[in-house]
Design a protein around this ligand. Sequence first.
Ligand code: AMP
Length: 539
Amino acid sequence: MTKFSDLALDPRVLQAVSEAGYEIPTPIQAQAIPEALKGRDVLGIAQTGTGKTASFVLPMITILGKGRARARMPRSLVLAPTRELAAQVAENFDTYAKHTKLTKALLIGGVSFGEQDKLIDRGVDVLIATPGRLLDHFERGKLLLNGVQIMVVDEADRMLDMGFIPDIERIFQLTPFTRQTLFFSATMAPEIERITNTFLTTPAKIEVARQATASTTITQALVPLTPSRKDRSFTEKRAVLRALIAAEGAACTNAIIFCNRKMDVDVVAKSLKSHGFNAAPIHGDLDQSQRTKTLDEFRDGTLHLLVASDVAARGLDIPAVSHVFNFDVPSHPEDYVHRIGRTGRAGRMGKAFTIAVPSDDKYLKAIESLVKAEIPRGALPEGLSLDQDDGKSDRPRAERGGRTRGREDRGREDRGREERAPHKPREARAPEVKSAAEEKPAPVAQPREEPRRDRRDDRRDRRDDRREHGGAVVGMGDHVPDFILQSFKISSAAKARIRIPNPRTAPMADRKHMAPHRGASERLRLVEVRTAAIPAPGD
Ligand code: AMP
């Protein structure tokens, strides 16, 4: 078996690796390090958790050990899609380069340019950056990339998801074509393949695990829930989540709870807190200091439950997570593998629960076909009472932005480029202040008196509204979004004054404002046509 000492690494690096407690390289390290040390380009197809960060950091430190940095001209560049991932690479660099004199700078959003400029001015050996912030520095004329000898692209598939590929291409073009490139991606989408064909030169291709392999140390369970009413799905899922966590008891030492939408991350975290759970949210709309604080608390055990979006949590290295709860079934099957891969790391045991409602069926099929196995079905936790509420009624679907495709949550995490979903968590009851002794999971939600009264009042108001607007809306239950209640009827007087243009014969310039196609819903068509109405002559 290969040992680190068999690899031609700098003795100072070997010492740091040994101090970190590692003796045997992981498969990606054993294969990638020798190729990188030969100066070859490397294409690593590997996920987080495989030790891929050290597979590029260790040879980089060894190679860079032989030269000196010049002002504003970094000698190497590592690009990561999110601030957290970039910070994680920087931590790895600090660990493994501690016996060398190499310098680094971390360029990420949410940190002042001034401090970063100072570091770059002094000259750095390793620049670790998110693509947007790096280009900002470049465009401000503070940074030259023509001294880059080694360029690393980490989590390229994530870069693709977040729309960073044009930035990556641009950065490639700004660096010398003689550079060495180490490129890592968990999957090889066609776009990623195109980039590697364009910018890598006869790379050593190293693939360590199938893209859809879930670790065998993870026990998976699918918890099917048929909500008592469609509009209670969100509420009842929260009750199931609480009951699942409570049923796991002390075995659940810490957990990541995944939601598909940022706004749900906030609501679920608030709801858990109000039930005495030690929970906090993390997603791209929170400011950087908040995200860092939450992650630090989760890592050091102060925080028990991290409620997260995919973007915020994917790729994070938190070695000991006992449980993963999928509050929502991910709509992209590969996210399932990434999510549950947060637990059961480094040979530890882990459990992953997924709450599924009937409308998730198609996503489940896609997941099961990707992982080529059926996720074992589990029962609803014992003692669960879905009658009980947590005082937070479901929002109308329209208010929540409708059914999203999961990727809505994948706003860019970089500076100023994040998807700024108009996220405004609903008012929740202020969490009760509990003493440490009381702060234990409540197995089942307690009924809340006051909010029930409020909701009845709301319903009465809505019923009155509906009467005013000419009767009930079939199939909408009590939660009829206000915009549906608005009348789009055109008065006969108005009809007489407008001419509805024919999309086939209207001038091209007008056509783009018209009803998108004949199959479009009548309501949409009516609204579109109203905007395209052309005043009749003489109007
Ligand atoms: P990564 O895939 O780079 O996120 O690494 C995942 C985890 O594996 C990190 O906590 C590393 O510290 C750890 N790790 C890296 N190399 C080794 C190794 N050779 N043996 C055991 N664990 C490792």
